[in-house]
Design a protein around this ligand. Structure first.
Ligand code: PLP
Length: 383
């Protein structure tokens, strides 16, 4: 039986192979292995791509979120609002920064953090004390909103900007799944005070290992990101703060430079796959992903919702269709979050979606034959 993987990294590799090998030869001959010319060029190229002033490469997307928070002065006694419906790393990064994660519900259309939910939470739970927003539930100061552009669909950033401005909060983007996505014509990553990207190998822009980046238009933040990634160093062996070891290496930066040139074309291919699925699956008892009229969705994942999710998923797997669940357990109900006291029923939309979601094969190199097989298999299930 033909197997169709959820993601095909081989096909992508074939496209960039020769170019990457050439760059890797240069790097290995020079033995300039970290924070060298390729990292510097990538930072410039990715900043230009996003139309931001600065981009700083780091070791992972998790560290990108963590450093963005820390550099904006968020730490102990502070709290950050983010959706429960995200990869758990978003929440870990908030906790690594020392802050308290307030996990809220998503919008039922786009699956991104609900702006109405955030406003409601603030009005109900927070009070202004000396120009600071204090959460009466936790006693902490609410400092930031951290929306996640989940699956490649941008969150409603104008609505969040309005709330952030009203209450004097930072707005930070988790753009780990949204390289190249746009909100009202602006790239995700260029809208908040800072934005975090992941270059985990399966992302729309992925390394051959781990990597991440933070974008911003603020020079002071960019300087802080650079210090945090390298042991708090101002200059070599001059440590003016406590930092981390979280550098992006030259080999990964070279891969990312080769792939960045193709990102728009690959995102376009992803959109064509999405459009094919949309037309072909229309009319079946499943809910298809939507694109807001203000969004340019880059379909990092193509997530459908089905009431008979478990049966459909088993059937797809038995018939060679790779599929996944992003994510099966909501972050607020994870074992690791026990001490935060969240309970089942707290976030109805989030808890509903995790019982219904399936991610279908989605990557820029999915062939006509593959797409057809995915659709035919789903149709057969419902016959
Ligand atoms: C939404 C989101 N945030 C953060 C991360 C963390 O990125 P990384 O795996 O590069 O640490 C990921 C990636 O997996 C993600 O999907």
């Amino acid at each position: 039986m033909r197997q169709i993987p959820l993601v095909d990294l081989h096909a992508q590799y074939e496209e960039v192979k020769e170019e990457v090998k050439e760059l890797w030869d240069e790097i290995l001959d020079s033995m300039y292995l970290y924070l060298g010319p390729n990292v510097q060029k990538l930072e410039k190229e990715f900043a230009d791509y996003n139309r931001t002033k600065y981009c700083v490469g780091v070791g992972s997307g998790t560290e990108a979120v963590h450093f963005a928070l820390r550099s904006l002065g968020i730490g102990e006694d502070d709290e950050v609002i983010t959706p429960s419906h995200t990869f758990f790393a978003t929440i870990e990064a908030i906790i690594h920064a020392g802050a308290y994660p307030v996990l809220l519900d998503i919008d039922s259309e786009w699956y991104t953090l609900s702006p109405e939910g955030v406003s409601e939470y603030i009005q109900k739970n927070c009070s202004k004390e000396n120009n600071r927003l204090i959460d009466k539930k936790t006693g902490k100061q609410l400092k930031a909103i951290l929306p996640v552009h989940i699956y490649g669909h941008p969150a409603d950033m104008d609505a969040f900007r309005e709330i952030a401005d009203k209450y004097n909060l930072f707005l930070i983007e988790d753009a780990a799944q949204a390289h190249g996505a746009e909100y009202k014509g602006r790239k995700t990553g260029a809208i908040g005070d800072a934005a975090a990207f992941s270059f985990y190998f399966a992302k729309n822009l992925g390394a051959f290992g781990e990597g991440g980046a933070i974008t911003t238009n603020n020079e002071e933040y960019a300087t802080k990101f650079k210090r945090l990634r390298e042991h708090g160093q101002k200059d070599k062996y001059h440590h003016d703060s406590i930092g981390y070891n979280s550098r992006l290496d030259e080999l990964q930066a070279a891969v990312l430079r080769c792939k960045l040139k193709r990102l728009d074309e690959w995102n376009k291919n992803r959109r064509e796959v999405a459009s094919f699925y949309k037309d072909a699956l229309n009319g079946l008892p499943i809910k298809l992903p939507k694109e807001a009229d203000w969004a340019y969705h880059v379909y990092h994942l193509y997530v459908i919702r089905a009431e008979k999710r478990d049966e459909l998923m088993t059937y797809l797997k038995e018939n060679g269709i790779g599929c996944g669940m992003h994510y099966p357990i909501p972050s607020h109900l994870q074992e690791a979050m026990k001490e935060y006291g969240y309970e089942e029923g707290d976030l109805p939309e989030t808890e509903k979606i995790v019982k219904e979601i399936i991610s279908l094969p989605m990557h820029p190199h999915l062939s006509e034959e593959d797409k057809k097989q995915v659709v035919e298999t789903i149709k057969k299930f419902y016959k």
